[in-house]
Design a protein around this ligand. Structure first.
Ligand code: FES
Ligand SMILES: [Fe+2]
Length: 472
């Protein structure tokens, strides 16, 4: 209904013109040019006043002088934080993507939905095989350790004095102390907080038991399992394989990040209640682009209200293709995405975005984009925190032509679009055999599923509870 959707926009335009005309011609009784002159004069006066305040020597005996200085510093800090500090938008489970049921809060509803989520009778494994992002490098400084629970495993990760990151099983074989809770990093090893047994990062072997008889030998089974990690592009990665196989591919470097050509401008983190495969499958799901991501991002993230006619004067347009790479890069899928924004039905090429998204294994996506202002990349990492809980992060790096506030705006735009997907993912079920219809769109989803199945071990069956839910 384009006629109806244009009505609010036309009304707003008439309103703005009417107000402008009244202010200039009717109320002030002066022509437009003179209004411009008045504005210039007013700006000059204001600038002169600010300059005189700044140059007057302050009265140091007055508390108002200090109060004014404090307010100025605070305002300066707020301005810096708003425009220049990297974005950090974190939305935990229940913060977005749920609709409160009855008299329950959104958080309570999120909890119910998570617990009663049906797995279906034939669900792929919850933890596929491949490299997974654990966290941004800046969250683990030299000598620091953290306890983690990812991919169905409990871990301790720490950064040794050699700057390498190690991941070990956290429970001490001596008497069960948790290495990640109070364990100290000693050189490149970690010391148990309970009785100070010390374990080596490379192989998890115990190398020191301080109170043991000098003549005794450290038992050969005094060790914990060590896991394979790597670190690049500002991220710490862990290799996971259900059958314990070694890595069969490596995480590719993004040269522009590692060379410092592109700068970090922010991150978002979302916790989502769905099977991991639902998230990358979005890249090959062309129909959802217009349906979920069509309304302009300013219309919000609530699927129930985003079609409001108020925002219908602007519309996102998407077109996309997906294909898998030939061997030896069979673990990579590529999405080519074109974005355009139409305002009042007119396209604005300056707002176009060309995106090439590389899906690398089951949980990593690099979204390279070309905008009118310059290039950049979003790094997306999906890491399972539990059977049906995913942590999804996006980090943005951009070229120096894109100023920090603009990069933060791009990051926010991406986050809002993802939050619409989250409302779908949180509330849907995983369907092993969707009801495909004859169309190139459904064929592509099927193709994506076939490609993704390479990351599952045949032996790895998901643990289903008795009633086929995650209820406990
Ligand atoms: S439990 Fe770890 S040293 Fe005793
Ligand atoms: Fe989407």
């Amino acid at each position: 209904m384009p006629g109806r959707s244009l009505l609010p926009a036309i009304f707003m335009l008439i309103f703005i013109i009417a107000v402008s005309a009244s202010v200039t011609e009717k109320i002030l009784q002066i022509p437009l040019l003179e209004v411009g002159g008045l504005w210039v004069k007013a700006t000059q006066t204001a600038t002169a006043r600010v300059a005189s305040v700044l140059t007057i020597s302050p009265d140091l005996t007055s508390p108002w002088t200090y109060a004014r200085a404090a307010i100025l510093v605070w305002l300066g800090y707020l301005a810096w934080a708003f425009f220049w500090r990297p974005l950090n938008r974190v939305r935990k489970l229940g913060d977005v993507g749920y609709v409160a049921e009855g008299s329950f809060t959104t958080k309570e509803t999120a909890n119910f939905i998570q617990r009663r989520k049906k797995n279906g009778d034939d669900v792929p494994p919850f933890y596929p095989n491949g490299w997974f992002g654990l966290m941004e490098s800046f969250y683990l400084k030299k000598g620091e350790s953290q306890a983690l629970n990812v991919l169905g495993m409990e871990l301790v990760i720490y950064r040794g004095q050699n700057n390498r990151v190690y991941a070990l099983d956290p429970y001490c074989p001596h008497n069960g102390g948790h290495l990640g809770v109070g364990g100290r990093v000693v050189g490149n090893c970690i010391e148990c907080p309970f009785h100070a047994w010390t374990f080596r990062g490379e192989d998890g072997k115990c190398v020191s038991i301080p109170y043991m008889d000098k003549s005794a030998k450290i038992p050969t089974n005094a060790k914990v399992k060590s896991h394979i990690t790597t670190e690049l592009n500002g991220w710490i990665y862990l290799w996971h394989h259900a059958e314990g196989l070694e890595p069969t591919w490596s995480v590719p470097e993004v040269d522009e990040i590692n060379s410092g050509l592109w700068t970090y401008r922010g991150r978002t983190e979302h916790h989502i209640n769905c099977h991991i495969e639902e998230i990358p499958e979005n890249g090959a799901d062309l129909v959802h682009l217009g349906q979920v991501h069509g309304p302009v991002f300013a219309a919000g993230v609530d699927l129930r209200t985003m079609w409001s006619t108020f925002w219908s004067f602007a519309q996102h347009h998407w077109s996309a293709e997906w294909e898998k790479c030939p061997e030896p890069d069979g673990h990579i899928g590529v999405v080519k995405l074109k974005h355009a924004l139409a305002i009042f039905g007119r396209m604005f090429p300056g707002l176009d975005l060309d995106v090439t998204a590389k899906q690398i294994g089951p949980g990593i996506v690099y979204l390279f984009f070309e905008s009118a202002l310059g290039p950049g990349v979003y790094l997306q990492h999906v890491t399972p925190l539990g059977p049906m809980v995913q942590k999804v992060t996006h980090d943005i790096y951009v070229s120096s032509y894109i100023l920090p506030p603009v990069a933060k705006f791009y990051m926010l735009g991406e986050a809002l679009m993802v939050e619409r997907d989250i409302m779908i993912w949180n509330n849907k079920q995983y369907v092993r055999r969707p009801l495909y219809v004859a169309s190139k769109e459904d064929k592509l989803v099927k193709k994506h599923r076939e490609w993704y199945s390479q990351f599952y071990s045949k032996l790895d069956k998901p643990l289903l509870r008795k009633d086929n839910t995650l209820e406990f």
